[in-house]
Design a protein around this ligand. Structure first.
Ligand code: PHE
Length: 472
């Protein structure tokens, strides 16, 4: 298969596709809220340090694994595992994890699409009522949106790496940057907006508790699409003369800048609505913010720009989130598609139909776990609380397995594939990297404290989510 492997057409194409993967719902909503609640500028600083010191080396490791083997995650681990069955487990995890994360992410994206359509239909006032969300997510229309979304994403994937993934990223990402900057520029002219900026940026180091640090780390990891096999897969579509360290830095910077800029949109909008607000009371969940809180704020804009203006603002915002989510979904669904092609020799279209069919069914199970079907709504009891099927998928794959996958990538690259081979791969396309301080740092960090750090996060999450034990 590898002879016919498609590659990204240009370095920019790769960077935009990887940034498209990285920039998602998490950047636009979860990041600004977490930053505001957890120490403002102090959180931003710690987050930036996590990105540079921990996430960047992991990103390089994943890209190098993919590019060296020219394979999907399962194939990449198999090729370099030297026959060890045990070392093939991380490959399978790097396949199942994106598959399942895509399932719950699809459902949230379906809701965003629904809210966009409703807003365009003139119903922002309805969206701003508390009861609407529950009513909407339990309505049959979610299945229609789910099918529409799957057709769109699989349509992009069907066109291939260059004409599908890369072209979509080249169109959608500049659009996303422009919309985001446009919304920020608009909202900063509004009354009290500056109070939001202040609240967002003023550092409060006393808020940096171990709990905050661990969630900042998890957030950075998720935001950069690490631990999901995505960068192994995208690495396999990279040309060997392109610099991995250089490209990884640009992707990480773009992702972090978008997250930072989103804060300059969300906080000023909230403070314009209510300058007295206590942001520490904002919901931790992106879904809570997007579907319950923000619609009320958007509606309140009608006092200054009228109902149509407020609806237009809301629609542009939902569209922005939708675009970010679509480019992330494209990247994550590409992982199982690549595996079916590389490992089973399936052709691209057949792989897409197969993955798509299973994902629609699982996403439907998630979609009905908010009351439509009791069995899925009260699927299991974890640490004494009822969890739905949707919750369970999120807890297992996003909260728990993600850091585990990161940990396994580090150990595999340094101790199984071996430092020297990894170094050799990084030097292809980046001759200056050899012998540099960055190279020594990346090697050292990946073999020592990064896996330890990820292990602690993994243990803490298992204790908390499955046994209700909190160490902090
Ligand atoms: N970086 C994405 C986000 O912040 C994470 C993600 C990637 C989610 C790919 C799903 C698919 O939302």
């Amino acid at each position: 298969m590898s002879a016919a492997r498609e590659h990204f057409g240009s370095r920019l194409g790769f960077i935009l596709a990887a940034a498209g993967s990285a920039v998602g719902i998490g950047n636009l909503v979860a990041f600004p809220v977490a930053a505001t609640k957890s120490g403002g500028g102090a959180f931003l600083l710690v987050y930036a340090l996590f990105v540079i010191l921990i996430c960047l080396p992991v990103m390089m490791a994943e890209l190098a694994l993919g590019r060296h083997t020219d394979k999907d995650p399962v194939g990449a681990y198999r090729t370099l595992s030297g026959g060890s069955k045990l070392w093939q487990i991380p490959g399978w995890l790097a396949l199942i994890t994106p598959f399942m994360i895509a399932v719950f992410y699809l459902v949230v994206t379906v809701w965003v699409l629904g809210y966009l359509v409703e807003t365009l239909g003139g119903n922002l006032d309805r969206l701003a009522t508390e009861a609407y969300f529950n009513q909407f997510i339990n309505s049959p229309s979610v299945f229609v949106y789910l099918i529409a979304l799957m057709l769109l994403i699989n349509g992009i994937l069907a066109l291939g790496v260059k004409d599908g993934i890369e072209r979509a990223a080249k169109t959608l990402m500049p659009m996303l940057f422009a919309i985001l900057i446009g919304l920020v520029a608009f909202v900063l002219t509004k009354e009290n907006a500056i109070l939001g900026v202040q609240y967002y940026l003023i550092p409060d180091f006393s808020k940096l508790t171990p709990d905050v640090l661990s969630s900042a780390m998890a957030q950075a990891f998720f935001s950069l699409s690490l631990g999901m096999g995505i960068l192994i897969t995208y690495g396999s579509y990279m040309e060997s003369h392109q610099s991995i360290p250089g490209s990884a830095k640009v992707v990480a910077l773009t992702d972090t800048m978008v997250a930072f800029t989103a804060g300059l949109l969300i906080l000023p909008t909230i403070f314009h609505f209510n300058p007295q607000i206590d942001p520490t009371e904002l919901s931790d969940s992106s879904a809570g913010m997007i579907f319950l809180f923000l619609p009320k704020i958007f509606l309140a804009l009608q006092d200054s720009i009228g109902y149509v203006g407020a609806s237009a603002f809301a629609a542009v915002f939902f569209f922005l989130v939708l675009v970010a989510a679509i480019t992330s979904l494209v990247s994550i669904i590409e992982v199982p598609v690549a595996t079916l092609r590389d490992e089973r020799g399936m052709d691209r279209r057949k792989a897409i139909y197969t993955v798509g069919a299973v994902q629609v069914v699982l996403a439907a199970f998630c979609a009905v776990s908010f009351g439509m079907v009791q069995w899925f709504t009260e699927f299991v009891t974890l640490a004494g609380a009822n969890k739905s099927f949707f919750d369970l998928v999120e807890i297992i794959f996003y909260d728990t397995i993600l850091p585990l996958n990161g940990l396994l990538v580090c150990l595999f690259v340094i101790y199984r594939w071996k430092k020297a081979n990894f170094d050799q791969e990084l030097q292809d396309g980046a001759p200056g990297f050899a012998g540099s301080f960055s190279q020594r740092y990346v090697n050292f960090a990946l073999g020592t404290f990064i896996p330890v750090f990820l292990l602690l996060i993994f243990i803490n999450t298992v204790a908390l989510k499955f046994f209700g034990i909190s160490f902090f």
